[in-house]
Design a protein around this ligand. Sequence first.
Ligand SMILES: NC(=O)c1ccc[n+]([C@@H]2O[C@H](COP(=O)([O-])OP(=O)(O)OC[C@H]3O[C@@H](n4cnc5c(N)ncnc54)[C@H](OP(=O)(O)O)[C@@H]3O)[C@@H](O)[C@H]2O)c1
Length: 334
Amino acid sequence: MIAKKFVVAARPMGGLAKQDDFSLVEEELLNLCEGEILVRAEWFAVERFMLKRMEQIPIGAQMVGAQVARVIDSRCPDFPVGTQVVGFFGWRDLTVYRVPSRGMESYFSMYEIPDLKGLHCTHAIGACGLTGISGYFAIQKVFDPAPGETVVISTAAGATGSVAGQVAKIRGCKVIGLAGTDDKVAWLKSAGFDHAINYKNTDLDETLRLVAPNGVDCYFANNCQGGIVLMTVLKHMNSGGRIAYCTSNFNHGRNKQAVFDFETFVVKQIKMEAFVASRWIDEWFDTAEKIRDWILEGRIKVAETVKDGFESLPQAMMDLFSSGKCLGKMIVKA
Ligand SMILES: NC(=O)c1ccc[n+]([C@@H]2O[C@H](COP(=O)([O-])OP(=O)(O)OC[C@H]3O[C@@H](n4cnc5c(N)ncnc54)[C@H](OP(=O)(O)O)[C@@H]3O)[C@@H](O)[C@H]2O)c1
């Protein structure tokens, strides 16, 4: 049996990937051994961290990433044929996978899809997967905000930011979302954000003065754009304000870089905490279920941008870094 997979053909330049940076190659699969399964990809999650990985993994290495997949052959009784799984198999259509012994250490490799109670399976790699859960942890673990506090979310209409903002609303906060298009601004308002600002065509400094007259208590730094948004929000933060720092795409080499305002940072005694979601891995599945329930109750709205076909993965990756081409989670249907 022959699998198709995308490998890194060249390093992305200037903070953006292009079609030639990816190469589609074939790989012959071996017959299954005891303890192995064969899965077929159904849906792929396309995420910003993948661009970072393209800069780090060797040329010729397979693109990384999560997928929803179906077991189509099995020599592992825990995962019979037909089981739907979330697997970190990368950008490939067929995968032979050796199932590790059960335990949290194997979590990021593969697990049976959680019970989504009727939600579409793509939620397992979106709002109830890495990105949504990261947004949830930013609010619940890093901020733990009091009702009435003002929370600003950058890239608020993205996969991570959209969940973060809506969890902050559930916590009773005043939530201000920043996004790069007017359509996203409209979506944020429909999702219950108190204010939504197009940071690209608005004077962010001036607008924050108007919509957050009592200052900002928490800032979810999810879109750094060279730190320019961060430094603007910092001006409006209250003393003792908290910043949750989540993004790995700091500058991308194409944004002007802001000068870090150390003085304001110190004078206001700002607490900035970087985090990776795996810090709370033992709460992963409970959190996925909590987000699922909030979606089912209509308290969290989910947006997805879906592209069709395995071959469209590179284009999806390119579109992810264009404000107007991706609302919510970027998904590719295999
Ligand atoms: N720490 C963790 O554990 C963890 C876990 C998951 C994700 N993350 C990070 O969270 C961030 C969000 O990831 P995501 O998968 O949810 O992506 P996303 O927010 O859905 O990404 C797409 C959006 O990013 C914005 N964008 C485009 N170009 C950009 C650039 N050059 N610099 C910054 N933002 C740009 C655009 O929105 P706007 O123009 O509207 O802003 C675009 O629509 C990423 O940095 C990711 O690495 C961290």
